[in-house]
Design a protein around this ligand. Structure first.
Ligand code: FES
Length: 112
């Protein structure tokens, strides 16, 4: 089973953590299953950006982002070349290292 290393995030996992994911599930579902309550405001239908993650390792093992995802990512807070919407990124065989950005677009709007 591939492992996902989650880098420390103040709110979701202050110490960072490592979880085991099943091949074929989305990164978002893998996180939620393991108690990391990442936002997913559109219920994983590729219509928001709150599930944005940055894939520090293993990016190339993921399925390719579709155009709709790319368009949405352009609006995400803290966009990086290895950004993905976690509900659209499907875990393959490879281990991943994931960083959850400090803010989502919802926070940014609230002026934090
Ligand atoms: S939960 Fe909205 S795009 Fe992933």
């Amino acid at each position: 089973m591939p492992q996902i290393i989650i880098l420390p995030h103040v709110e979701y996992c202050p110490e960072g953590t490592v979880i085991e994911a099943e091949t074929g599930v989305s990164v978002c579902d893998a996180l939620l299953t393991h108690g990391i309550a990442i936002e997913h405001a559109c219920e994983k239908s590729c219509a928001c950006t709150t599930c944005h993650v940055i894939v520090r390792e293993g990016f190339d093992s993921l399925n390719e982002a579709e155009e709709k995802e790319e368009d949405l990512l352009d609006k995400a807070w803290g966009l990086e070349p290895n950004s993905r919407l976690s509900c659209q990124a499907i875990v393959d065989e490879a281990d991943l290292t994931i960083e959850i950005p400090k803010y989502t677009i919802n926070h940014a709007k609230e002026g934090h």
